[in-house]
Design a protein around this ligand. Structure first.
Ligand code: MCA
Ligand code: AMP
Length: 505
């Protein structure tokens, strides 16, 4: 048996002096040097007791070493579980215990705060700093630079990514070798990536977009990346002249357009700009073309499915649409109530099926059964329509979800916390338009009779428990929440009334 994911993404570059990463601050890391580091990490993980199929939870800053941890996990057959660096210790505690991770890898600066999290789940704790230093480095130092790749079957798990749920409990999406590899193969081909490409990489590497789309595509194509720690407009403008392609969330594009240095000359040589993770406003698409002459290629994906649709490489990239189902992906639009196919042109639930669709949610068979049909179709929770030419548009969401700067936020998780605060009878959390993040979080609180909730204390409680990007940017007291005749909170009414809070009149 082989390990196709490792062999295709990593193994075939063994010994290659070709550049893999162009480093922030200068210098290049070759494929060979990267793989030798990954092999040492793989030995260190084995020495720490991780066997094939065990989970490795990693909350580490973006760095070449952090990427080598991913490669090492794949090579050693360990299930990789990357975690947003913004998550609090409380949030992390859930992911580590729910996944049964055997090892928690964190930044040295957070080790003291997270030791209790690891101990509570019986996980080992190792550290990795943004400079590569830490106890993982110490453990790997004396290890060999080659590692006998662990065989894995196509359906074996390669990664767990947690996605928040409408009930407030996050779900671990189980992704197989085939899920990741099939999607990367399709994208390399569809977007015409070759070994000559240089991708400007400013996305985080703990989510699908930055890791399984951007990084896997580059690895499979044998191309290279300019590896920036995060999005920074000055850095983007400084590095664009060296790049051939870029992938980003819509906020990347609106921020670049806000800068007059971002002009036609700067990007005349570029081959491809890809956008996804959140809706790209048609006006951004149009403004981008007017400024640069390039049409952004918008695509649509999910943690559970990787990429589902894409606008064409050649042919019309239509603003406001997410293009066509990718080769191998079946997409249908169904009646959300009955699950039957909708007539062409009618709005309904987007369902997808293909080798990209995940295996299910970890330890949540009932949730898996609710969202993944027996016939293999995954119910995305996104509402869409297909036009006469086959272009898919996303027109809404059946799930109560806010997407802020490409990060998903489930209102329920925040409402559960707010409802527990002293003096709060109930709450409703909605997303309202935001010029930078697309949407942002606003919370409405109804006080208990005669109570005056302390909004500063409530904001502090949110800060202690929830990642910064989930914090309500405004807390608003209301006498009562608007409800329909069935008693259901009408979030659309709140959105309509308060939708202009962050947008210029
Ligand atoms: C940072 N902050 C945010 C966000 N990011 N708040 C809300 N939403 C966010 N996305 C906080 C910071 O902690 C900071 O807090 C304040 O907001 C302003 O920070 P700023 O410096 O402006 O932000 P930044 O550090 O520049 O980050 C913004 C960003 C970043 C570049 C848009 O969030 C980002 O890289 N987003 C990409 C997310 C992504 O990769 N999504 C893909 C998920 P303070 O007020 O304390 O200063 S995968 C997916 O969705 C599917 C599969 C798909 O289709 O791809
Ligand atoms: P995640 O759970 O982080 O994987 O986010 C997946 C969700 O992001 C999808 O279900 C969509 O609601 C949204 N999404 C991803 N790409 C796009 C896009 N191009 N346009 C609109 N929404 C998108």
């Amino acid at each position: 048996m082989v390990n196709s994911l490792y062999d295709c993404l990593f193994g075939r570059h063994a010994g290659s002096a070709a550049p893999f990463l162009h480093l922030h601050g200068g210098g290049t890391l070759s494929y060979d040097a990267f793989l030798r580091l990954a092999a040492r990490y793989a030995h260190a993980f084995r020495a720490a007791g991780l066997e094939p199929g065990d989970r490795l939870a990693a909350q580490v800053e973006k760095s070449p070493q952090a990427l080598a941890v991913y490669a090492a996990a794949v090579q050693a057959g360990i299930v990789f579980l990357p975690l947003n660096t913004a998550y609090t210790a409380e949030e992390l505690g859930y992911f580590v215990s729910d996944s049964g991770a055997k090892l928690l890898l964190c930044d040295p600066a957070r080790a003291d705060a997270l030791r209790a999290v690891a101990d509570a789940s019986g996980a080992a704790l190792l550290t990795l700093g943004v400079d590569g230093a830490g106890t993982l480095c110490d453990a790997a130092q004396t290890q060999p630079e080659t590692f006998q790749t662990t065989p894995r079957a196509a359906g074996d798990l390669a990664a767990f990514l947690y996605t928040s749920g409408t009930t407030g409990r996050s779900k671990g999406a189980m992704l197989t070798q085939t899920n990741l590899l099939s999607n990367a193969e399709v994208l390399v081909d569809y977007w015409r990536f070759t070994g000559d490409d240089v991708l400007l990489h400013a996305l985080p590497i703990f989510h699908t977009h930055g890791l399984f789309v951007a990084t896997n595509v580059i690895l499979l194509a044998g191309a290279s990346m300019i590896f920036l720690p995060k999005f920074d407009t000055d850095q983007m403008i400084a590095n664009l002249p060296r790049a051939t392609s870029m992938m980003g969330v819509p906020t990347f594009y609106t921020r670049l357009l806000d800068d007059p240095r971002f002009d036609r000359d700067l990007v005349a040589h570029m081959r491809l700009f890809v956008s996804g993770s959140a809706p790209l406003l048609a006006e951004t698409h149009v403004a981008f073309e007017a400024r640069t002459g390039h049409r952004i290629l918008e695509r649509y994906g999910m943690t559970e499915t990787n990429m589902n649709t894409s606008n064409p490489y050649e042919g019309e990239r239509r603003a406001g649409t997410v293009g066509f189902p990718l080769p191998g992906v079946e997409l249908r639009i169904t009646d959300p109530d009955t699950g039957t196919d909708q007539p062409q042109g009618a709005v309904g639930m987007i369902e997808v099926r293909g080798p990209n669709v995940f295996k299910g949610y970890w330890n949540m068979p009932e949730k898996t059964a609710e969202e993944l049909r027996e016939n293999g179709f995954f119910i995305t929770g996104d509402l869409g329509v297909i036009d006469a030419r086959g272009y898919v548009s996303i027109v809404g969401r059946a799930k109560d979800l806010i997407i802020s700067g490409g990060y998903n936020i489930y209102p329920k998780e925040i409402e559960l916390l707010l409802d527990d605060q002293p003096g709060v009878l109930e709450s409703a959390v909605v997303g309202v338009p935001h010029p930078d993040f697309g949407e942002t979080v606003v919370a409405f609180l109804v006080p208990e009779k005669g109570a005056l909730p302390d909004l500063d204390a409530i904001a502090a409680a949110a800060a202690a428990s929830l990642a910064r990007f989930k914090h309500p940017r405004k807390l608003i007291l209301l006498d009562a929440l608007p409800r329909n005749t069935m008693g259901k909170v009408q979030k659309n009414v709140l959105r309509a009334e308060y939708g202009g809070l962050f947008t210029p009149k």
